[in-house]
Ligand binder design. Structure first.
Ligand code: KE4
Length: 455
């Protein structure tokens, strides 16, 4: 886009420095024109971190264990780049696991958050911005008639399920193998993301009682869902699904799968919950439910809705959400729910996306170029919009079982080879690659070359 409004360009000076360093590196093993340094400061920090935090990290997928490396520690980020504490620059396709659709440290968001901080960090009382965000989410996602802002996707999914159980008076839920909805007890059953990465089929510490109420179906396997409804018809409160699975790697819904879920839940008095924590505002401002034209009863959002700050949301049908305290008997609360600084980051992010719809066409087109580069390697690629995954298998990947056929050792070698070229993709075969508005055509071209070399 010619003459894009300046606000879309990122922290120019930093990006220029990072870009320049990245360009100088070429695609040799050398890192950004500097002699390849041992990650000395990162290694020292990692050693200290491991003494105080499990695996030295605050979330398992960050540990790089599954790819046999130790993590770099980030110093700062802007646009499409991360810079670690040893001054290594990385072109970032993790985008903080999804929130970074505009790129890091977008000046308009940083400025809005700075101004919000000066007014106080938290009040534990309602603010105008929360009303504005709830109204804007409803404008983008009409099924979100009423909602609650919370602090993480886990909290959003856990609360949505409680709302469904409270509304239907039923206990059982259906989730899909390989889908991940956060780490609340009842959802850590054959979940994706870090559990697949670390090969933890079911988390320890979850009482059998919880798992009993979580029924497992196969993603893209309607018969497995029908069998569960035949067996537990009026005990099933809801079906929760990632409308595009992205925690076993990206697995799109098969033609008719989402409409089937809409129909079978309606027929059996169960609620349909779309977990749009990744797809929300990623595929379009209307999320996957707009993209596929299926209206769920409840939805959850996270990541982009918070613009990188701890903010998520759950909501949907007014008659369901009217059962939430203080209106009804389903309790859900949070000290920092709707935090004014986080809401500011989210509001500004959504406003940027709505003001610049061309972003979606651009990131989809650029992701398509990465898909082509992966496809030329002969391995399987799944892509929906700006979300994609390359699987180290030649077979189609349409569900949990076929995703598990991927060669995770080959993935680890690919991950290391990309990192050596200054390109940071998710350190797990079972995560997605995210393209942001900060990834330019030139960066995409260089990444395509790196993919061909690395794979
Ligand atoms: P959080 O509690 O991590 O904010 O959200 C949980 C969640 C819920 N639903 C979906 C579809 C999700 O993808 C997630 C979290 N995603 C993972 C990575 N795929 C977060 C990264 C991590 O666990 O560190």
């Amino acid at each position: 886009m010619k003459n894009k409004p300046d606000s879309l360009f990122f922290n120019r000076q930093f990006c220029a420095e990072a870009q320049n360093g990245w360009d100088r590196s070429g695609l040799s093993v050398e890192r950004f024109g500097m002699e390849v340094e041992m990650n000395t400061k990162s290694d020292q920090l990692y050693e200290r971190a491991c003494k105080r935090m499990p695996g030295g990290v605050n979330s398992p997928v960050r540990s790089f264990r599954s790819v046999g490396k130790t993590p770099f520690f980030v110093d700062k980020a802007a646009g499409a780049f991360l810079i670690d504490v040893d001054h290594n620059r990385y072109l970032d396709y993790v985008c903080s696991w999804g929130p970074g659709i505009l790129g890091h440290a977008h000046p308009a968001i940083i400025e809005a958050v700075r101004r919000a901080c000066e007014k106080g960090l938290t009040f534990g009382a309602p603010t105008e911005k929360e009303v504005e965000l709830a109204e804007l989410v409803n404008e983008c996602v009409p099924s979100m008639e009423m909602m609650r802002l919370v602090s993480s996707g886990t909290e959003a999914c856990m609360s949505a399920i409680r709302a469904a159980r409270g509304f239907t008076g039923r206990d059982k839920i259906i989730k899909f193998e390989g889908c991940y909805h956060g780490h609340s007890d009842g959802l850590l059953v054959k979940a994706g993301s870090g559990l697949m990465t670390e090969a933890i089929p079911d988390s320890a510490g979850v009482p059998a009682g919880y798992a009993e109420n979580t029924l497992l179906a196969g993603y893209n396997d309607p018969d497995s869902v029908s069998r569960l409804f035949d067996a537990y018809r009026d005990q099933i409160a809801c079906v929760i699904v990632e409308p595009v699975a992205a925690n076993m790697g990206v697995v799109p819904p098969a033609e008719g799968f989402l409409p089937f879920l809409r129909e079978i839940t309606e027929k059996n008095g169960a609620l349909l919950i779309f977990d749009e924590v990744i797809t929300g505002f990623r595929l379009s401002p209307g999320g996957a439910q707009e993209y596929y034209g299926v209206r769920p009863d409840l939805s959850t959002f996270g990541k982009i809705i918070g613009g990188g700050m701890p903010l998520a949301a759950y909501g949907g049908r007014k008659d369901v959400m009217s059962r939430i305290a203080p209106l009804g008997p389903v309790y859900q609360a949070g000290t920092l729910s709707g935090n004014p600084v986080a809401v500011t980051a989210g509001l500004e992010t959504l406003r940027q996306l709505i003001a610049h719809p061309e972003i979606y066409e651009e990131i989809d087109r650029r992701a398509g170029k990465l898909e082509e580069a992966f496809r030329e390697t002969g391995f399987t690629v799944n892509r929906v919009g700006s979300l994609l995954s390359c699987f180290f298998t030649k077979e189609p990947v349409t569900d949990y079982r076929s995703a598990l056929r991927s060669d995770t050792k080959a993935f680890a070698a690919y991950f290391a080879a990309m990192l050596e070229r200054g390109i940071y993709v998710a350190p797990s075969q079972f995560e997605a690659l995210f393209v942001s508005a900060a990834h330019t055509d030139e960066m995409i071209e260089r990444t395509c070359r790196a993919i061909r070399e690395a794979v």
